[in-house]
Write a protein that binds this ligand. Sequence first.
Ligand code: KIV
Length: 288
Amino acid sequence: MPKKTVVDFMQMKKEGRKVVFLTAYDAMLARLEEEAGVDMILVGDSVGNTLLGYETTLPVTMEEMLIFTRAVRRGAPNTFVIGDMPFMSYQCSIREAVLNAGRFVKEAGADAIKLEGGRRVAPQVKAIAEAGMLVMGHIGLTPQSAAQFGGWRAQGRDAESALKLLEDAVALEEAGAFAVLVEGVPGAVTAEITRRLSIPVYGIGAGKPCDGQLLIVYDLLGLYEVFQPKFVKRYGHLAREVVAMLRQYAEEVRQGIFPGPEHDYGIPPDQLDRFRQAIAGGLPRSSE
Ligand code: KIV
């Protein structure tokens, strides 16, 4: 299937066809996602929590994000890939935001970038879009600002904060974002944002009524068991299966069951005889 473009995503919104959106951080999973027909891949800074083992996304650097984005690009050459701008790669200045966005596109082959925040990052969104790049906004329970929310709390659960979210979404569209991602927000609020915006609105933990759904792939697979947000549906329990397989491997190694003869490369019998005769005749010295 040819890679989808921003034009396809606009058309899908118009026709009410949902975008299937997942995270990936490595070539192997990206390849499987492409094979499964995923429309859009986010190389999220959630790689900090998942692959890198940090407690938050805050320590993740630009250099790390570029490595993971390149890997995903190689694994899924025909899928729309979005690079996630890490903490402190866009907040300090508009110039830095444009330069770092450009690195995702130029050095890692990303089709678009995503950054967190509403009105307060509208100038960065505008400048990145004016430089010719596709920018996705991200509002709601944005992990890089979790400390300001007092932790991991759903957003937009009262009229005032719901209205602020809508204003943030409108500001992002006006600044030139091609799409907005809404995270950790009641579905009824996401529905109003989706209705109000002419660009696509995607959700993670933001209910059904939007233009597509994102999940963190390790949550979906049941690989990340540290914490399960309310909105996550696990389609399997890979972590348990992996541990069971690792235990079986350990048992077989300890009992001498693995490797079996079928795992041995083998050597032709005449070559083995010659080898043994050579040893019996005395091993050659390394200087001979
Ligand atoms: O980093 C990420 O995966 C994200 C999602 C949680 C939206 O930003």
